[in-house]
Design a protein around this ligand. Sequence first.
Ligand code: PSU
Ligand code: MN
Length: 323
Amino acid sequence: MAPLESTTNIKGPNYNGVLGLVKISPAVSQALSQGKAVVALESTIISHGMPYPQNLETAKEVEAIVRDNGAEPATIAILDGMPCVGLTPEELERLATLGPKCQKTARRDIAHVVATKGNGATTVSATMIFASMVGIPVFVTGGIGGVHRHGENTMDISSDLTELGRTPVAVISAGVKSILDIPRTLEYLETQGVCVTAYKTDEFPAFFTGRSSCKAPCRVNSPEDCARLIDANLNLHLGAGILIAVPIPEEHSASGSLIESAIQRSLKEAWDKNITGNAQTPFLLARVNELTGGASLASNIALVKNNALVGAQIATCLARLRR
Ligand code: PSU
Ligand code: MN
C-alpha cells in the first residue's frame, strides 16, 4: 500500500494562515501583499456554463478587462487536487478544453476533489470560499444559483445562497436567471442575512434582462457606493457576503419573450428527462442557448464582461479605501 501523504503541500505564501494549502499565482500574490485591487473569478462558468471555444475567449477577455481597469484577475479552480488562485494562460486553456470533464465543485465537493487529486471547476460557493481564504473581498461572475422553480418541494436551493450567508465576499452578478424562482431566491437571501443591492436601478435584474418585477432591497449608484458598503460589512465583521446585482446593458438584453419561451421549454424537458441536482443548471443553460440560436450565449458573454468592468472599478475603489 502506498504511504499516506497529505494531499496539499505546505510551501508558499501564508495569507490569512492558508500556509500553502492553496496555490496563489505570483501576480495575485504580489497584488495582495501590496494591497492592490484583486478580482476573483469563478471557473464553472468556463467549464459548464459556456461551450468551447467561447468559454476560453470569454475567460481571457474578462481577465483583460479586469487588468485594463486597474485590478489583478484571480481565476479560481482546483487543478490536480490543488486549489489555485490565479491561473496561467496554460491552466486556463486546460480548464476550458476539459470543460464538463472537470468536476463541478460547490462547497460540498471541495474535500473530495482535493483528496482524489481531481480537477474541479469552482461554482460561486466554492470560489467565494477560496477568495475569502486568501483575502480577496470582490468576486465577479455572470449569474448566481438560486432557489429553483418548485424549490419549495424539491428543496433544490443552490449552495451559493447559503455561502453568501456565511462568507464575507461581495459577488457582482447580473442578478438571478428566470430559470430560477426569483422572488423565493430574494426571500432566502434575506433569511441568510445577505445584503442584496441593485446597481443604478431599483429593480432586481434577471440576468438576460434588467427587469424581474422584483424590487431590490437596496440600491447603489457608483463603484464608490459599493466600496463603502463592502468596507462597512468587513469592518463590522458581519460575516455574510453581499450580492451586487448589475443589470445587463440595455443594448445586449435579450428579447424577453424569446428567452422566456426557451426557458419554459427547457424546464419542461429537464422535468421530463428527470434532470435534477447539480446537472440541472448546466442543462438549462445549454438548452436555452440552443433554443435561442445562440442569442442567450451572446447576452451571457456581454453581461459577464460588463460585470468584470464594474467589479474592477469596485475593487479599485475598495483598495484605495482600505489602504
Ligand atoms: N448561472 C449562470 N451561469 C453559470 C452558473 C449559474 O448563468 O455558469 C453556475 C455558477 O457557477 C453557479 C452554479 O455558482 O452554476 C450554480 O449551480 P447550482 O444551481 O447547481 O447550485
Ligand atoms: Mn442544486
